[in-house]
Design a protein. Sequence first.
Length: 174
Amino acid sequence: MSTSATQSPRLNSGFLGELQHEAATTRTVLERVSEDKFDYKPHDKSMSFGRLATHVAEMFGWIKTTFEVDILDFSENDYAPFEPKSNAELLDYFDKCVAEATEALTNAADESFFKDWTLRNGETVYFTMPKIQVLRSFCLNHIIHHRGQLSVYLRLNNIPVPQIYGPSADEGQM
């Protein structure tokens, strides 16, 4: 994305680069989640491996939602999580969510980043914050948090952990 001397960079340009970097890193983690481990849970209170992996994939789709609507009200939505039957289905779903996020972010006007976004369930309001803050905390940081959990699930199942922000004990030794 180039800019001329008379055109300022758009807000989305930095986020697009970050989105692509985090998506590529996340894909390397998701590629290692085998369907024969989808039911694995390290603790009774933990999400299953498959549900956690799907949650990470679907969160990329939240970027699209952030820019499409100003209010997400759970009481008005019939949410049913995607349940992949294979790693290939998981990755296809992930790729679709990343493509939609990329398109939404590409098309987001600078002023839309400063518009308030609300998450609620009927009368219960969880938060209201500018979309730029939703993008950073509720979407990107949240993805990174759960991807970290996935890397622990990999380790607990003796599946090599890919390098994420630097070498892991399994890859990318310096």
